[in-house]
Design a binder for this molecule. Structure first.
Ligand SMILES: [Zn+2]
Length: 116
């Protein structure tokens, strides 16, 4: 019997868009403002603005002043790690995989290493 190889296999994914709404960013995500694409920022927190509920406040590593953005404002994603629970399309094996949405896209289907 072949041993399962959860680290291998085949993932079908949808690539991330070039820009992502500010509301989709989470702690530790790396991003840049479209007007300053070379200035890489790492989100430390993202929360509703204390007084303007239609705005988000994002604290970025190394920045003293937080960014205030509209939740729909489009930012450039650089690194967005997310944990996905994947189920093999063929044998229903399950695994958790940490993927970078920017590098790997959003997984839609997975075939495990034993079935691939
Ligand atoms: Zn499988």
């Amino acid at each position: 019997m072949a041993a399962p190889h959860p680290e291998r296999g085949f993932i079908v994914s949808i690539p991330i868009t070039n820009t992502v709404p500010a509301a989709d960013f989470q702690e530790q995500d790396a991003f840049a403002l479209p007007k300053a694409p070379d200035d890489h920022l790492i989100a430390q927190s993202s929360q509703a603005h204390p007084t303007v509920s239609t705005r988000l406040t994002i604290h970025a590593l190394g920045r003293t002043a937080p960014l205030t953005v509209h939740p729909e404002e489009l930012l450039l994603p650089l690194r967005m790690l997310r944990t996905f629970e994947l189920t093999c399309q063929l044998c229903a094996a399950r695994t958790h995989r940490v993927l970078d949405l920017v590098l790997h896209g959003t997984p839609q289907a997975w075939v495990c290493g034993s079935c691939a």
